[in-house]
Design a binder for this molecule. Structure first.
Ligand SMILES: C[S@@+](CC[C@H](N)C(=O)[O-])C[C@H]1O[C@@H](n2cnc3c(N)ncnc32)[C@H](O)[C@@H]1O
Length: 283
């Protein structure tokens, strides 16, 4: 059985995710346009370049898209997929050491070819403003930005020696252990190659979630109130409390009871609850 052959090693997200200073204020449309233009340019560059060794990551089945929530981008299923399906198998797009005493993100970034740096900027929104050029144009603030990006998007290898950024896996958002619909592992023989498998059925256009397995996260589960941080639970309680108070408005989904009186339909307390219904199909 594949499961027996492959030793499951838990991967910890290397990340304490600080919010980026950079926000993509011009919206989804601008993002999509920038993406398209850059992809056209990159496909021309790629056509001239040698083939890379990276196996592909299943962009035929998954896609990266706006979640329309605080989570920003996420990974979605392009088709209905069954539990047990391996959805990703990919090698790192970028690797570096990121310990308190030793951080090699800048060195590794400057070792990349111009084409690779360009690709990274296209794939990862948080790198869009990072300097492309050599050492002379790579400022202290670029270094800080790159290191913050690594903290936010990288996964440790099992020995915790290096932090790895994966083009697709690094875009997957967090849900608590019981809500996550996918899990990660690496093969002991090929520890840099990351695999992601579904642990629940996922509907077409459902978002993929993994459990980040990290003690201190500044956000909670995307799908349930139990997995939220204390702060998130307080906010959810206030939202819920607020949702009960306003007088019902006739044009806002009010329902009329048998005696003709109006009752406000209760707003969901979680802003993202539509995702939980859409993505988590009970297996
Ligand atoms: C590894 S990245 C995931 C991709 C990211 N959403 C993006 O837009 O590129 C981790 C970041 O996603 C966001 N994130 C992930 N899971 C989240 C959750 N359950 N709730 C809120 N934000 C989340 C946080 O900002 C976190 O720093």
């Amino acid at each position: 059985m594949a499961m027996d052959e492959e030793r499951h090693l838990r991967i910890r997200i290397a990340a304490r995710p600080p919010e980026s200073r950079y926000s993509w204020s011009s919206g989804k449309k601008a993002f999509v346009n920038a993406w398209t233009q850059a992809d056209i340019f990159l496909s021309e560059v790629r056509a001239k370049a040698k083939p890379t060794t990276r196996p592909d990551r299943n962009f035929g089945v998954l896609y990266i898209h706006e979640t329309e929530t605080k989570r920003k981008l996420g990974v979605f299923a392009g088709f209905s997929l069954p539990k047990g399906h391996r959805i990703i198998c990919e090698r790192p797009a970028f690797s570096c050491i990121q310990w308190k005493g030793k951080k090699t993100a800048k060195e590794e970034w400057l070792k990349l070819s111009l084409q690779q740096r360009l690709e990274m900027r296209v794939w990862f929104r948080k790198l869009r403003t990072l300097a492309l050029g050599g050492t002379d144009t790579f400022t202290k603030s670029d270094k800080k930005q790159l290191e913050a990006f690594v903290s936010d998007y990288a996964f440790w290898d099992p020995q915790r020696a290096k932090a790895h950024i994966y083009r697709l896996t690094s875009h997957i958002n967090h849900a608590c252990r019981s809500c996550a619909n996918a899990e990660l592992w690496v093969d002991s023989e090929d520890p840099n190659k990351i695999n992601v498998k579904l642990v629940r059925d996922v509907e077409k256009d459902g978002e993929i979630f993994i459990f980040y397995n990290k003690k201190k996260l500044p956000f909670g589960c995307a799908l349930c109130p139990e997995g939220r941080t204390l702060c998130g639970r307080i906010r959810a309680f206030i939202d819920d409390f607020g949702a009960r108070r306003p007088a019902p408005r006739a044009d806002e989904g009010d329902s009329t009871s048998d005696d003709g009186s109006k009752t406000a339909s209760r707003k969901p307390s979680l802003p993202d609850s539509s995702y939980s219904e859409k993505t988590l199909v009970d297996s």
